[in-house]
Design a protein around this ligand. Sequence first.
Ligand code: AMP
Ligand code: ZN
Length: 473
Amino acid sequence: MLRVYNTLSRRLEHFEPFSPGYVRMYVCGPTVYDYSHVGHARTYVAFDVIKRYLRLRGYNVFHVQNITDIDDKIINRAAKEGVSWREIADTYTKDYLDALFKLRINVDLHPRVSEHINEIIEFIQLLIDKGHAYVAPSGSVYFDVDSYDDYGRLSNRKDKETWMQESEFAREKRHPYDFALWKAAKPGEPWWESPWGRGRPGWHIECSVMSSKYFGERFEIHGGGSDLIFPHHENERAQSEAALGVKPWVKYWMHTGMLNVGGEKMSKSLGNIVPLKDLFKEWDPLVIRLWLATVHYRSILVFSEDVLRQARANLERLVNAVSVVKQVLREAEPTFRLSDEGLKALEELNRLRSEFYDAMDDDFNTSRAFSAVYKTTSLVFKYLEPRGEYTIALKALNLFREFNAVLGVLDEHLEGAYAQLGVESVLQILIDVRNLLRKSKEYSIADEIRNRLLELGIQLLDEGDKTRWVLKK
Ligand code: AMP
Ligand code: ZN
């Protein structure tokens, strides 16, 4: 039974989607005003791993991750560099997508704010109509926090004083903790027409609008870094439950622990970022992926070369173990008889498989799950390599395939193994059929098989009552 930690209840809960077998997951993506950094990768890899595990468990997962391409930071950077906001957004969107590709993260949909202005306006109008938002004299629209009675529960901030800590200053608000849904245009800024005059969306509204557009009124998982719990997710929750009239709007709120440098969050505004594009020059993106995939998603991380060196060693060990497995499959006789030790090894592999699933079922505990992966590699080196048992190799290969469905760092190595396994099995069938034909003296058909294989460069060698094949050089 899968259990996940829900930030809202601050407890582990049994995972039960609204509709059986179907999971909608929305993750807050980047504000594209600078290069993606290791802190971003921490969160994106974590949710990719969560999604992959849910898929391995048989769920249909639809993963949406938004791109914030309208924001103060983008506008400021564009003004500083004397280019349009779109140019800035496009440059860093490309950098972000490139990083995801290299890290083997496959998001189903990447909606952009600038492409959803009409839907945003409609959503804000709904909030105004329902009495949850008001238009200020400037033409900005604010959410009336007092109109929603559950505000502060997600971030566990009960009193109004704490709501004010991160609020934007604006004299025209009814309460200092109300937040902007729509910002009236200031000179030189991008704007769109709206019923309240020219302006642009505030930050929080986009996620409520885009998730409801693609998922409907409620969905299963809402994710992001824990830096977003307040105010971003608190505000999203308030405006969505108020507008859509559903509770809960989101079934599981999931947040990653921050990647820190010297005790502070890695972030552009603190000037301590390590851009992924630079890191990829020195480190295989799959090393970075393996590191991030094998630490628990809620733990706080510290970036260092040491952790990357360790991940590189782990990756090498995994690749070597798979190559031992492939070698055994190539060289051992394909028999399913097992020695007593073989039987024990098989049982151990089954146990390690359960260990992996149990750990992942426990709130996606990838660090414990990886210890089962590591033990599997040990068995490969200690038992399989010297003994070369075909059945154990086949079992290990299947296990690595399951592990890799989550880890995503062994694709090439495993694909090769399956192609090889497929070709070899088919060849063996042809060899067996040819030998049967020879036994019943159907020599011309038997020769046809041999000659056609030879045309492909595969030579059959008859040795006594056995037939081997070799690749003809
Ligand atoms: P941003 O571009 O800052 O809005 O961040 C995009 C996503 O990356 C959000 O889900 C953030 O919570 C996450 N994120 C940003 N910085 C970090 C960090 N240092 N550690 C973990 N996640 C981060
Ligand atoms: Zn969001």
